[in-house]
Design a protein around this ligand. Structure first.
Ligand SMILES: Cc1cc2nc3c(=O)[nH]c(=O)nc-3n(C[C@H](O)[C@H](O)[C@H](O)COP(=O)(O)OP(=O)(O)OC[C@H]3O[C@@H](n4cnc5c(N)ncnc54)[C@H](O)[C@@H]3O)c2cc1C
Length: 510
């Protein structure tokens, strides 16, 4: 039987304040609402300064990563009493109802790693994902258009049940929101956008005594002021930029970035098969990789990288022609399937025989045919971008605001969840010590933990992108050798799987 817990969540919709009644149960939270006064989730109201609300933390951006941080903070005993503002005009945050399994899949999906799944389990959010559409996969096949090599990864190779899970982005976001609504968190959602921010306002007000956290400070100058697009303002001790690759927080805080555009776009869409697909497939073509990812039922998701002109053409071309192109890109175009190779067979690596992985015995497979386009086609420009610093006094960056990577290995949001996990632990440490949570030395701890891990992954993905962008005889052979090495050399293969699963260790023979 459903146990209903009543919650009030503040929603400030374009200047209108709306009270939402949330009914939270063991199943995904459902939300209904009616107009009313500003109200707060259980616990003390946030304080106010100059009649502007004052919070411990303002998370700018309630996307997957911002919501994961809110959820993680709401789940930990040390941080759950912090008052949190989430600022985002995305209408999805006004809802919170779960997404029905029968509804058409959204083409925006993420492959989440076992490390991300553990994090979601720890913060009690994975159960909401499991109630909605998702697809675990235990097998992955990666190959090259030259027909010279392929690699197969199997969860069995590392004694795991699965390699990852493909989930629609809106399912991840709504699951995190449902979880926040089911906690005692003091969370206020501002349905608006950040327009300007003053991190050290002159004559900055004293933190009011009724702030609920242990980090209450009584000196002036301990708050940042945020101005929103609906004309309202608020104060916070710490501003978290979780506002994506074009982060306004990053710009206003003056964080410099390095990066480049790939001159490649990704065409994404949902497609249908006649039977369920249970494997993640990726073929490297001269213009970029095409991935076919299972998303449950008879659906798969396509992420197809190509040059911008091709992407424009493929977005608008006839649906049947598009399906034909997809099938040929996943099968016979550009080169033969890799059933034979210049390296002969696994005998080339026979000296490693005592330690071969189980999937070595499985031959190359042709992916299941696509029969129908099942969603609109969307196009995303691809770039690499990295903030030189993630933290300074009163402000910190997480997720795509700090780093944007090529989607070829499906790692972007997983890195962001790693940031959210790490930052919430650092904030908890600060609370335990009674420190100012916006203090730069505390925030630099988070930066020190995440920056090396993110840079390492970015370098690997960028290297892959470059290695597979060139069609040149000797390089093709080197790539094929790399595929074969990765397929047959067991320690390397296991360590690639572990790293791609979210382990911190680099894929080396360690
Ligand atoms: C084609 C493609 C496929 C991908 N596939 C994968 C995959 O399989 N696995 C994976 O791990 N990653 C994948 N990624 C990467 C992943 O989508 C991103 O890393 C992820 O969306 C980043 O999440 P985020 O919450 O940091 O930012 P976003 O998702 O960009 O969210 C930012 C939020 O901030 C809000 N916002 C923006 N500006 C403001 C403002 N001024 N004020 C208030 N709010 C604001 C926005 O409304 C939005 O809700 C893929 C990316 C692409 C392009």
């Amino acid at each position: 039987m459903n146990r209903l817990i009543r919650r009030n969540l503040t929603i400030n919709v374009f200047g209108m304040k709306t009270r939402w009644k949330n009914f939270c149960s063991d199943s995904a939270a459902k939300v209904s609402g009616s107009n009313g006064n500003h109200s707060y989730v259980q616990g003390e109201k946030p304080g106010s300064v100059d009649n502007f609300p004052q919070h411990d933390i303002a998370i700018v951006g309630g996307g997957m990563v911002g919501m994961a941080l809110a959820c993680s903070l709401a789940s930990m005993p040390l941080t759950k009493q912090l008052t949190i503002a989430i600022i985002d005009s995305n209408p999805a945050l006004k809802g919170g109802a779960s997404i029905k399994k029968g509804s058409p899949p959204d083409p925006r999906v993420s492959t989440v790693t076992p490390a991300t799944i553990s994090f979601f389990r720890d913060i009690d959010a994975w159960k909401y994902v499991e109630e909605q559409r998702h697809a675990y996969f235990d097998k992955m096949q990666v190959w090259d258009y030259t027909g010279l090599g392929y690699t197969k990864y199997h969860a069995r190779d590392v004694n795991k049940e699965f390699l990852g899970c493909v989930v629609e982005n809106k399912v991840l976001q709504s699951s995190l929101l449902s979880r926040v609504q089911c906690t005692d968190a003091q969370t206020t959602i501002y349905s608006s956008r950040l327009t300007s921010m003053d991190l050290h306002p002159s004559g900055s007000p004293t933190v009011a005594a009724n702030i609920s956290s242990k980090t209450t400070l009584n000196d002036p100058g301990h708050l940042a002021k945020l101005d929103l697009s609906d004309g309202s303002s608020l104060y916070a001790k710490l501003v978290v930029g979780a506002d994506g690759s074009k982060s306004r927080v990053r710009e206003l805080a003056g964080f410099k970035t390095t990066g480049w555009n790939y001159s490649q776009n990704a065409v994404i869409c949902t497609v249908e098969h006649t039977q369920e697909n249970r494997c993640a497939w990726q073929r490297f073509l001269p213009s970029g990789p095409i991935a076919l990812l299972p998303i449950g039922d008879n659906y798969s998701n396509i992420v197809w990288t190509m040059n911008p002109q091709e992407a424009t053409d493929r977005k608008s071309m006839d649906q049947d022609d598009f399906v034909k192109d997809v099938n040929s890109a996943l099968d016979s175009s550009y080169g033969p399937p890799p059933n034979s190779s210049i390296f002969g067979s696994q005998n080339f690596f026979s000296w490693l025989k005592p330690d071969v992985t189980l999937s070595v015995d499985e031959g190359f497979e042709v992916p299941p045919k696509v029969v129908k386009l099942a969603s609109e086609r969307m196009v995303f420009p691809l770039s690499l971008n990295h903030a030189k610093n993630y933290a300074s006094k009163r402000v910190v960056l997480i997720g795509d605001a700090a780093h944007t990577v090529h989607p070829l290995a499906g790692q972007g949001v997983n890195l962001g969840f790693g940031d959210a996990h790490s930052l919430s632990k650092v904030i908890a440490e600060g609370v335990a010590l009674g420190s100012d949570i916006g203090e730069v030395t505390l925030m630099k701890k988070y930066e020190a933990e995440r920056k090396p891990a993110n840079i390492a992954m970015m370098a690997i993905l960028d290297g892959f992108q470059k290695a597979y962008s060139v069609d040149f005889g000797p390089l093709n052979i080197l790539r094929a050798a790399a595929f074969h090495g990765a397929n047959y050399i067991s320690p390397l293969k296991k360590s690639i799987i572990s790293y791609a699963s979210g382990d911190q260790r680099l894929p080396l023979f360690t």
